[in-house]
Write a protein of this length. Structure first.
Length: 301
């Protein structure tokens, strides 16, 4: 078995993704390799999407997802779109079914290049998100940052989209908050035994929301697809928007939009947005050493 595998540096609305081809192999991308890759400026990432041979009949691949700190992630919507674009370019297929630890994901690449991913049904039960404390209504829980009589953030909606999310509703630009300071405190708050993704959400109309996210295991991120989904369904639950909403990701380099639909018929969340290929190379899944495909100035790391 070769020591190296092919990978692509990609992004979904700026969400930095490494798509690693592990098909035909029994090994995995190690946490040590993930940490080493994230330490290099050129391969710094939010999630690794490692494509493995399918485990279940009727699926195209098993996707193993790692955060930049080497921990496992259950879901990554922006990363899934990157996988779809990579495999569609390779195979010519447009429709895919993937298996992850969070379940089955169906996805399709459209003629305009955008990609829709069926993110499944959101989970609102406090013990399945999970939370450390019982709440009958998870559309608003008791949690705040700042002085008790004048909190900076308070009363988030919580949900799981395969991973835990807390959405704090704000009335001004999400970029005006010091999320880099609050994010680590909230991600690791005792309320979240498996940690949580933290999103600031400003509703700008009945069909539009602006967000910024601190991502569990990755930190400040340029975009987070599952957070956009969790925000959209929580906005519906709290009467802020309708079931179809455009989520503008404030931290995205191009101020990109994710279109989210929480279908009334089956309760599934459909996320539609772009994916972008940047460059490709090879890496060692055990150590994280890598090289970039032939390009001026490319060097092995």
């Amino acid at each position: 078995m070769s020591a190296t595998v092919e990978f692509a540096k990609m992004n979904g609305l700026g969400n930095k993704i490494l798509v690693v081809d592990m098909r035909g192999r029994a090994d995995k991308v190690t946490p040590a390799a993930a940490i080493a890759l994230n330490a290099a400026p050129d391969t710094q990432f939010d999630q690794i999407m490692a494509i493995h041979d399918p485990k279940a009949s009727g699926t195209d691949a098993w996707i193993d997802i790692l955060n930049s700190d080497g921990s496992k992630a259950q879901a990554c919507g922006n990363g899934t779109r990157c996988v779809v674009q990579a495999l569609a370019s390779e195979t010519g297929k447009k429709v895919f079914t993937f298996q992850t630890v969070a379940g089955i994901l169906n996805a399709v690449e459209h003629e305009d290049g955008t990609i829709s991913v069926d993110m499944g049904k959101p989970v609102f039960d406090w013990d399945k998100i999970p939370l450390a404390e019982e709440f009958h209504d998870t559309s608003r829980i008791e949690l705040q940052i700042g002085p008790i009589d004048n909190p900076v953030l308070h009363s988030p909606s919580v949900a799981s989209m395969g991973n835990p999310h807390a959405i704090f509703w704000i009335d001004r630009d999400p970029m005006s908050f010091d999320l880099g300071r609050f994010g680590p405190l909230l991600e690791n708050h005792p309320m979240f035994p498996e940690r949580a993704n933290i999103t600031l959400a400003q509703v700008t109309s009945p069909s539009s929301i602006t967000t910024r996210t601190w991502e569990r295991g990755a930190g400040l991120t340029l975009a987070c697809g599952s957070a956009a989904c969790a925000t959209a369904v929580s906005a519906v639950r709290t009467g802020r928007t309708g079931r179809e909403v455009a989520v503008k990701v404030a931290s995205s380099p191009n101020q990109g939009i994710l279109n989210i639909e929480w279908r009334e018929g089956d309760g599934h969340v459909i996320m539609t947005g772009p994916a972008e290929w940047e460059w490709s190379g090879t890496l060692d899944p055990a150590t994280g050493s890598w090289s970039r495909d032939a390009a001026p100035g490319a060097e092995a790391r």
